[in-house]
Design a binder for this molecule. Sequence first.
Ligand SMILES: Nc1ncnc2c1ncn2[C@@H]1O[C@H](COP(=O)(O)OP(=O)(O)OP(=O)(O)O)[C@@H](O)[C@H]1O
Ligand SMILES: [Mg+2]
Length: 271
Amino acid sequence: MGKIYDALEKAKKEKAVITGPIPANMSEPPALQAPVTSLLSSIKANNISNKLVVVTAPESYEAESFKLLRAQILFTQNRERPRTIMVTSAMPGDGKTFVAANLAASIAMGIDEHVLMVDCDLRRSSLHMMFGVSNKNGLNEYLKKEKNLQDLLIKTCVDKLSFLPAGNVTRNPSELLASSDMKAFLEEVRERYDDRFIILDTPPSQVLAESNIISNFVDGIVFVVRENATPRDMVQKAVASFDKDKILGIVVNGHTHLQKNRAYYYKNYYQ
Ligand SMILES: Nc1ncnc2c1ncn2[C@@H]1O[C@H](COP(=O)(O)OP(=O)(O)OP(=O)(O)O)[C@@H](O)[C@H]1O
Ligand SMILES: [Mg+2]
C-alpha cells in the first residue's frame, strides 16, 4: 500500500465516523420525540426529505453517527474550533449532501451553536431538497452581485440553522468559486456571523476543480467515502490533493457491515 493509503487508514482509525445505509423501509419519517416534536408540522408542510435523519429519525443509528461527528469537530482539544467546514468526497454520489445536511442540522440542534449552511455545488445543487426549500436564488446570484446576502438567506425547519442555496445553474461555476469574491464571501460571513459555524456542500473533487479551490478558504474538511463505491485510487488522489491538517474527519457512508453488527448488538441488548 502507498503512503497515502496508510495515512488514510491512520486518519480513518483516528477520525472516522461510520454511517450505515438508511433502512429501506424508512419511507415515512417515524414519530418524533422531544425536543424536536414541534418540527413535525413543518416537516409535513415543507416536504423535508426523510434522508435528513437527525430531524426525521433522531433516535436512529445514523443520527447517532452524526452526533459523534459533531462531537469530534466541536470538542477536539488540540486544535482551534474550525468555523468554516467543507464537506467533500472524490466522486459523485458518495453522500456529500447527505452528510452536509445532517451534520449542519446536528450542530444547530445543539444548545449553543448556530449554523449557516451553504450549497457550493453550482452545477447540481440538491441541498435545498433535503430541507424542502427553494433554490431560486443563492450563492450564484450573490457572487454575481445581483442580490444582497441578507435577502438570500433562508430559515430552515431547524432553529438556528440558516441556508444559502446555490441558486440558478450557472455556466461558469469554477470561475465564480475561484474568484476573490468567493474568498471575500467566506470572510464576510465569518465576520458578520461570528457566532455561526459555516458548513459548505461541495462538488466531487476528482471530477471538478471547485472543491480544491474552496478548500483553500476553509478551516476544515470532512471527507466522505462511500463504502463499496468510491474507488480506492480516487480516494487516495483526492485525500492527497487536500491539506492533510485540514481534514477533520472521514465519514464512511453506507457501511452495511456495521448495520448488521448494530442490529445484532441491539437485538441482544434488548433481549
Ligand atoms: N447512508 C445513506 N443511506 C441511504 N441513502 C443515501 C446515504 N447516503 C446518501 N444516500 C443517497 O444517495 C444519493 C446520493 O447522495 P448525495 O446526493 O448525498 O451524494 P453527493 O455526494 O452529494 O452527490 P453529488 O456528487 O451528485 O453531489 C442520494 O439519493 C442520497 O439521498
Ligand atoms: Mg451533492
